[in-house]
Design a protein around this ligand. Structure first.
Ligand code: SF4
Length: 199
């Protein structure tokens, strides 16, 4: 029998769902089958799940990124959906409005995706590689520290401080990253150090 399921039949079937086996005994077994064919496959099941942390604030809510595109086959991943991670101890699946709008941030045309450099005298920023940016930052840090590190104050007391460069840490880090950042920054003698909450 070819069963075409109308809305009315669906409701009738839903009401009778729990008694499907009994219906089958009365010759209505195809209702269940027709039921199954009307249910659309859950669209997220074919996507890749990646756990991450919301980048917006120091609450650090857990998120799940859903992407299509098989990286193993050389395809480009495209994030199509982001939701709260219900297994995450911080937010238990919830997101504030900013976190709920993360997908717009990911696809924003103005989103910065790599380091940019404005050369001396130039009026525009140009993209540079991460390696080039890190080398440049490391050289600038060393030059400034060599020139301005204060080992002792005017009374001869050891202070080992460096106050001419500051460091702004990120919020979306693990405790371990935060601990390491703190040790590196303080180990260099840097006093000007801030972030949103966790270091
Ligand atoms: S979802 Fe909201 S509260 Fe949670 S980390 Fe992101 S911005 Fe902060």
């Amino acid at each position: 029998m070819n069963v075409e399921l109308s809305r009315r039949q669906f409701v009738i079937g839903a009401g009778a769902g729990a008694a499907g086996t009994a219906l089958g005994a009365f010759g209505f077994g195809e209702v269940e089958q027709a039921f199954a064919t009307t249910i659309r496959p859950f669209k997220l099941t074919s996507l890749t799940e990646t756990r991450n942390t919301c980048t917006y604030c120091a609450v650090g809510c857990g998120i799940i990124l859903y992407s299509k595109g098989n990286l193993a086959k050389g395809e480009k991943a495209e994030i199509t959906h982001i939701e709260g991670d219900s297994d995450h101890p911080t937010n238990r699946g919830t997101l504030c409005p900013k976190g709920a709008a993360l997908l717009d941030m990911v696809h924003s045309e103005s989103r910065l995706k790599q380091p940019m450099l404005r050369k001396p005298g130039s009026d525009k920023f140009e993209p540079i590689s991460w390696d080039a940016a890190l080398d440049k930052i490391a050289k600038a840090l060393k030059a400034d520290r060599d020139a301005n590190f204060v080992a002792k104050n005017k009374d001869g007391a050891t202070v080992n401080r460096w106050v001419t460069t500051g460091f702004l840490a990120a919020s979306a880090t693990t405790n371990e990253t935060a601990w390491t950042t703190y040790k590196v920054v303080r180990g260099m003698g840097m006093l000007v150090f801030d972030n949103q909450a966790r270091v």
